[in-house]
Design a protein around this ligand. Structure first.
Ligand SMILES: O=C1C[C@@](O)(C(=O)O)C[C@@H](O)[C@@H]1O
Length: 250
């Protein structure tokens, strides 16, 4: 599991948003040196900026370098436009891209303990892809962003239960908090669901009203939290320095 960082606190994930291979590798090395536990390769930035980008050749090279030049786990993510990312894709294209990534991770023989793959919850292909990732020994993260608001408790439970129904998957649920009561509801549900299922989950309340969820989520059972080493990739994300200070990791 890529989020076991050997400490009691949540793993710190730093997204890499470079749009060229060189920038991306530099970002990765800098983020690792600055204390990231996990690097999130946001491949949608590369794919969206280079329409002919071939994941199977150019993407393979970037992954090889990432695994070679760093030691921490890598979470591979293609965040699509509707979920707050950069890439517009059809369901079929998403499936091909994610299946390609799984194949190449296997062919390259990257250490499974360092491989995480994000699959967006709303795609039909996700349960099957996530199960395959788990069988290969990778950490599948099944993610969903609610950009408008924080849905009511019943909906939050259903979403997390649905994600947990995929064996080995780690649910990642990000919601937009309008006020602190939204944030507290999400944190309480995080505690309840982790206790009930005995499985790790990752939750985030986005926006200013949700910021404390990114700092305190670990105390409620959230297994990891995101921080920016340069540009932020979501509202309310703290800087890596700020988060490390808060978690007393320096
Ligand atoms: O899923 C997430 C969470 C995130 O959106 C956040 O809110 O910090 C940041 C994204 O890079 C990542 O893919």
């Amino acid at each position: 599991m890529i989020f076991s960082n050997g400490s009691d606190g949540p793993a710190i994930i730093v997204p890499l948003v470079g749009t060229t291979a060189e920038v991306l590798i530099d970002e990765a090395r800098a983020a690792e040196a600055a204390g990231a536990d996990v690097l999130e390769f946001r491949a949608d930035f590369l794919l969206a900026n280079h329409p002919d980008y071939d994941l199977n050749s150019a993407g393979r090279e970037v992954l090889r370098e990432l695994f070679k030049q760093t030691r921490v786990p890598i979470l591979f993510t293609i965040r699509t436009r509707g979920q707050g990312g950069e890439l517009d894709v059809t369901p079929f294209r998403y499936r091909v891209l994610m299946a390609t990534v799984l194949d190449l991770m296997l062919q390259e023989n990257f250490p499974a303990a360092r491989v995480g793959v994000d699959f967006e919850y709303h795609w039909d292909a996700t349960p099957e892809l996530a199960r395959r990732a788990f069988v290969l020994g990778y950490t599948p993260v099944v993610s969903h962003h609610e950009w408008a608001d924080t849905p009511d408790d019943e909906v939050l439970y259903v979403m997390l239960d649905d994600m947990l129904a995929i064996s080995g998957a780690i649910p990642k649920l990000a919601v937009m908090a309008r006020d602190d009561s939204d944030t507290q509801r999400l944190l309480d549900i995080t505690r309840l669901v982790t206790e009930r299922h005995g499985r790790p989950v990752l939750t985030i309340a986005m926006g200013e009203a949700g910021q404390r969820s990114r700092l305190e989520g670990g105390a409620y059972g959230s297994v990891a939290t995101f921080a920016a080493a340069g540009a932020t990739t979501a509202p309310g994300q703290p800087s890596l320095d700020e988060l490390r200070r808060h978690l007393e990791r320096d």
